[in-house]
Ligand binder design. Structure first.
Ligand SMILES: [Fe+2]
Length: 203
């Protein structure tokens, strides 16, 4: 695997604080950069989780929650077309578009072990949590005949303890993300099971 370390910890320009993409602009970027519908769905799920968390748990305004949504929605935008430049490429694009620096830095924080950027803010810590766990939970839903329906915390826990299931998802990274965010695993699983099934593919 290519070295994806970003080699810097500051992103965007403080002068661009408050510059956001509209939902229409962000979804257009997503469909242009990400032909793979499964990956699109993952990004929509992380976006929805980030926004719901901002509103429900952090009690933030709609405008602040929109930043959380943008970061979640766009975090993997370059993964399919530019796997060797993952994260770097979308960060450069968003810097070119003069996006709010907090959104760009949050995207840079979604994999500290890969990109070498330490999550500091709550938004940065939560993208790491949701990225790791939402993909895993979606994989667990796909192998159930009823998908998300009737899925509970216990069944996710069981899958987490089965190393052969979704072996590419690092259990260590899941734990690392939860520890950094000081979040309880069961609470996060419950939150994801509440929000994620309602997210639909773009097409
Ligand atoms: Fe992701």
């Amino acid at each position: 695997m290519a070295d994806l370390t970003l080699g810097r910890t500051i992103f965007g320009d403080p002068a661009h604080t408050g510059n956001l993409l509209s939902a229409t602009e962000a979804l257009a970027l997503l469909t242009e950069w990400v032909p793979n519908e499964r990956l699109q769905l993952h990004m929509l799920q992380v976006g929805a989780l980030m926004k719901a968390w901002a509103l429900e748990k952090e009690m933030l305004s709609e405008e602040e929650a929109h930043k959380w949504w943008l970061a979640g929605l766009l975090h993997d935008a370059d993964w399919e077309k530019y796997p060797d430049q993952h994260c770097r490429r979308i960060i450069e694009e968003l810097e070119k578009r003069q996006l709010d620096p907090s959104v760009i830095r949050t995207i840079a924080c979604h994999g500290p072990r890969h990109f070498g950027v330490e999550p500091e803010t709550t938004m940065e810590k939560m993208i790491y949590v949701f990225d790791e766990l939402s993909g895993f939970i979606h994989a667990a839903a796909l192998v159930r005949p009823t998908r998300y329906a009737g899925m509970d915390i216990k069944s996710v826990q069981k899958k987490l303890k089965t190393p052969a299931f979704a072996a590419q998802v690092s259990r260590e990274e899941i734990q690392d993300a939860l520890t950094r965010a000081q979040q309880n695993q069961d609470n996060i699983i419950a939150f994801i099971l509440d929000i994620q099934p309602g997210v639909l593919p773009i097409r």
